[in-house]
Design a binder for this molecule. Structure first.
Ligand SMILES: Cc1cc2nc3c(=O)[nH]c(=O)nc-3n(C[C@H](O)[C@H](O)[C@H](O)COP(=O)(O)OP(=O)(O)OC[C@H]3O[C@@H](n4cnc5c(N)ncnc54)[C@H](O)[C@@H]3O)c2cc1C
Length: 648
C-alpha cells in the first residue's frame, strides 16, 4: 500500500466530452515495466492505450432514460385502439413489432382496467423536475476540483446520478422526492486524477460516491438522506481505456469505468473476450462489477468477477491498494483484494483492473429443453452440476416465465419465445406435458465443434433421464435475447400501477426446492394479508455450482387503490427475504447488500465479521469520505464528530 502523495499535482486535464481521451499514460509502475518488457519481447502484445469511444455519452440522459431503465428509444408502449403492446426502437429483436399476446397475459395476472386506461392513457413521458436541490459545493472548492477534472453542478447531471434501479429509486425519480442528491459530478480520466480528487475530498471533508453505470439494485449509490457534507458523485465513465492487452499471457489491464458492452466490443474486435456478461452489461461497468462482486451469465466458462481478476488498483483516503505482483495465485495471508471486491464503494475507488481474457470460442450454440414441471427441470440442473457438465450458461425457468415468454410472441416472423406451432403440439399432445406446469431450460454452449457436440449429447442424455425433451436452438437463443428486454417491462408496469422488482439468492442444492416453495407461499400470505388479489411470482435457476445454485425471483402486483405501494412491496420483499434465510438461502448471490439488505448483514457475516468490516473502514477511510452507508455502515456515521469517528 502506498500513501497518496500530499503535494498538490498539476494535472493536464483534457477530457473531450464523450471521446474519453486520456492524454496521459496512467499505468502504474508495475504496468509500465510490464509494457516496456512486452514491447521488446512479444510482438503479439498490444501495449498502446486503446482509448475506447463509449456508446454512452457523458450526458447520459441524452441516450438513456432519466426516469427508468435503458435507452430512451427503447420501451414497451400500448396501442389502446389495437389493444396491443409494441416495443419501440430497433436495438433489440422485438423492436418495432406488435406483441398480440401481451395484453391477455397482463389481464390474466394483473386485471388492469383497459377501459379506464383507454380513456386516460398513461403512455405519457414523465416530466423532468422543474427544480433540483441546490448544490452545497462551495464555489472555491468547485474551482479547486476543476483543476483536476471536469465538474458539473447542473441539477439534471446530479439528479440522474442520485439513484440506481430499485423500485424505490425509480418511484423517487418519477416523484422527484429524493431527500438528497449529489452536489456535484466529477469525471476523472485516470488513476492519478482520482488520487487528486480523493486528496481534495479529505482536505475539505467532502463525501465521494463512486458512480459506475448506475445499475445498482441495492440502493448502494443512493445518497444517504441525512448526510450534511457536500457529496461528489465520482462518475468513472471517463476512465474507460484499455491500457494494454497481453495476448500471450491472456491478460488485459483496463480502467474501471469501462462499460460492459464497450469492453466486449473492443475485445471481440481483437479476437478475445472477457466473457463477463451480467444481464446489465449494456450499462454496468467493470468497477461496479468489482465493487458488487458481480456474476455474469457465462460464469461457468469464464468465472464470476472474483475469478476473472488478477490485480486491482484502488484509491482509498489512506493510500493506494494494489498487490505488488501480478500472479495467478498467492499465499500471503488474507487476500486484501477480496476486501475491495464487494466493498460497495465504501472504501475507495477502483481505478484499474487486470483481467483474464480468452480467445473467442470457435462455436457458440444455443439450445433448449422442456420439462414437464419445475421439479424435473431442477433435477436435471442438479445432475448437470453433479457431473460438472455445465455449459457457459444454463438456466431453468418456471412455468410463469415460460408463459411470459409466450406473451412476448410477436405478430411477425421473429416469432415468439418458446415452443410455437408444431413443437408446442408435439410437447403437449404427444409427450403429454401440461402447458400450465412445464418448465424450460435454455443453454449456451461454447467451445470447439467437437467439444460442443459432445457436451450437447451428454446434456441431452441427462435430460432424457430426468424427463426432458430437446426444444431447439431458436428457443434457446430467444430466451437469452429476452433477458435484455425484460428489464424494460417495469417502466410500463408502473404506468399501470403494477409495482415490480426482482430479488435473488444462493442456496444449497438440497434446500432449493423447499426455498422456492416457501418464498412463493410467503408472498401469497403477505398479499392476502394486504388484500392484494392480482400478483405474479416467478423464479428461475440462473447459476449452478458444486454446492448449490442461484435462484432469481420476479414479483409484481396491481397496486390500484393502495396508499403506499412501494412500502407495501418492500414489506413483502422483506418477508420473502426472511423466508429465504429461514430456508437456508443467503442475503444475496450477486445484487449485494447496499442499503436495502442491511438488516440481514450481521446475521450473515456474524458479529466478528461485522467488526472486521468496521476495522477495515477505520484503516482505509477513517473520516468516512466514502460515506455511502452500505452494508454495516450506519448513516449516522456521516456525522464526523470525534465521538462518532471513534466508533468506526
Ligand atoms: C436489469 C438489471 C440486470 C442486472 N443483472 C445483473 C447480473 O446479471 N449480475 C450481477 O452481478 N448484477 C446484475 N445487476 C446488478 C448491477 O448491474 C450490478 O450490481 C453491477 O455490478 C453494478 O455496476 P454499475 O457499474 O452499474 O455500478 P453502480 O450501480 O454505479 O454502483 C454500484 C456500487 O458499486 C460502487 N462502484 C461503482 N464503480 C466503482 C468503482 N470504480 N470503484 C469503487 N466502487 C464503485 C458504487 O459506489 C456502488 O456502491 C443487474 C441490475 C439490473 C438493473
Amino acid at each position: 500500500m502506498s500513501a497518496i502523495p500530499s503535494a498538490p499535482e498539476k494535472i493536464d486535464n483534457k477530457m473531450d466530452n464523450n471521446d474519453n481521451v486520456n492524454t496521459r499514460t496512467e499505468t502504474g509502475e508495475n504496468n509500465k515495466l510490464h509494457n516496456d518488457k512486452k514491447k521488446k519481447t512479444d510482438p503479439n502484445s498490444v501495449s498502446t492505450v486503446i482509448k475506447v469511444k463509449s456508446v454512452i455519452p457523458r450526458r447520459r440522459q441524452d441516450l438513456l432514460k432519466w426516469h427508468g431503465w435503458g435507452y430512451n428509444d427503447s420501451k414497451f408502449t400500448v396501442d389502446y385502439k389495437k389493444e396491443m403492446i409494441t416495443f419501440t426502437g430497433n436495438r433489440y429483436a422485438i423492436g418495432g413489432k406488435f406483441l398480440p399476446n401481451f395484453i391477455p397475459f397482463v389481464l390474466e395476472y394483473f386485471d388492469i382496467d383497459l377501459n379506464k386506461e383507454r380513456s386516460c392513457p398513461r403512455n405519457v413521458q414523465p416530466q423532468l423536475p422543474k427544480s433540483y436541490h441546490p448544490s452545497r459545493l462551495p464555489a472555491n472548492i468547485k474551482e479547486e476540483l476543476e483543476q483536476i477534472a471536469p465538474v458539473s453542478v447542473e441539477g439534471l447531471d446530479r439528479f440522474v446520478r442520485a439513484h440506481g434501479q430499485t423500485l424505490r429509486d425509480i418511484a423517487q425519480v418519477r416523484a422527484n422526492s429524493f431527500k438528497r442528491i449529489p452536489d456535484a459530478v466529477v469525471w476523472p480520466t485516470s488513476h492519478d486524477e482520482v488520487e487528486a480528487i480523493v486528496r481534495l475530498a479529505c482536505k475539505h471533508n467532502l463525501v465521494i460516491i463512486p458512480y459506475g453505470g448506475g445499475t445498482s439494485v441495492s440502493g448502494a449509490i443512493t445518497c444517504p438522506a441525512r448526510e450534511p457534507r457536500p457529496i461528489l458523485a465520482l462518475d468513472t465513465s471517463g476512465m474507460n481505456s484499455i491500457l494494454w492487452i497481453d495476448k500471450e499471457q491472456l491478460l488485459a489491464r483496463i480502467q474501471a469505468g469501462i462499460v460492459g458492452q464497450d469492453l466486449e466490443r473492443e475485445m471481440r474486435a481483437r479476437g478475445f473476450t472477457v466473457g463477463h456478461e451480467p444481464d446489465s452489461y449494456e450499462f454496468s461497468t467493470l468497477g461496479g462489477w468489482v465493487a458488487t462482486r458481480a456474476s455474469g451469465m457465462k460464469k461457468n466458462t469464464y468465472g464470476n468477477i472474483e475469478d476473472l481478476i488478477v490485480q486491482t488498483k484502488v484509491v482509498t483516503p489512506k493510500g493506494v491498494i494494489e498487490k505488488g505482483c501480478s500472479v495467478p495465485r498467492i499465499s500471503s495471508g488474507p487476500e486484501w483484494e477480496h476486501v475491495i471486491m464487494g466493498s460497495e464503494g465504501c472504501f475507495g475507488v477502483v481505478t484499474e483492473v487486470t483481467l483474464k481474457i480468452r480467445p473467442l470460442p470457435p462455436v457458440v450454440r444455443y439450445a433448449s429443453l422442456v420439462f414437464p414441471d419445475w421439479d424435473s427441470g431442477f433435477h436435471f440442473m442438479r445432475e448437470v452440476a453433479r457431473h460438472r457438465l455445465q455449459p457457459s450458461s444454463i438456466r431453468l425457468m418456471d412455468n410463469e416465465q415460460f408463459r411470459f415468454g409466450l406473451a412476448l410472441k410477436t405478430e411477425s416472423s421473429w416469432g415468439g419465445v418458446f415452443l410455437e406451432g408444431l413443437k408446442m403440439a408435439y410437447i403437449t399432445r404427444i409427450k403429454g406435458f401440461n402447458p400450465r406446469t412445464l418448465a424450460v431450460v435454455t443453454l449456451l454452449i461454447e467451445g470447439a465443434t467437437d467439444e460442443v457436440n459432445a457436451r450437447e449429447k451428454r446434456l441431452n442424455s441427462i435430460a432424457a433421464q430426468t424427463g426432458g425433451v430437446p426444444a431447439g436452438a431458436t428457443n434457446g437463443e430467444r430466451g437469452y435475447t429476452l433477458t435484455f428486454v425484460i428489464a424494460y417491462i417495469r417502466d410500463m408496469a408502473l404506468d399501470w400501477n403494477i409495482v415490480a422488482e426482482s430479488f435473488e439468492t444462493s442456496v444449497p442444492w438440497e434446500r432449493t426446492l423447499a426455498l422456492c416453495r416457501n418464498v412463493k407461499w410467503t408472498v401469497r400470505q403477505e398479499c392476502e394479508k394486504r388484500g392484494i388479489k392480482y400478483y405474479l411470482t416467478s423464479h428461475r435457476l440462473t447459476q449452478t455450482y458444486d454446492a448449490g445454485c442461484c435462484i432469481y425471483f420476479y414479483f409484481g402486483f396491481n397496486s390500484v387503490g393502495m396508499r403506499d405501494p412501494v412500502a407495501a412491496f418492500e414489506e413483502i420483499e422483506e418477508a420473502a427475504r426472511d423466508a429465504i434465510l429461514a430456508s437456508g438461502g443467503s442475503i444475496s448471490h450477486h445484487h449485494g447488500v447496499g442499503k436495502v439488505r442491511k438488516k440481514w448483514y450481521k446475521e450473515t457475516v456474524g458479529e466478528l465479521g461485522q467488526e472486521l468490516l468496521l476495522a477495515a473502514k477505520k484503516t482505509l477511510d477513517p473520516d468516512n469520505i466514502f460515506a455511502l452507508a452500505n452494508m454495516a455502515f450506519d448513516e449516522h456515521e456521516a456525522d464526523t464528530s470525534p465521538s462518532v469517528k471513534s466508533k468506526l
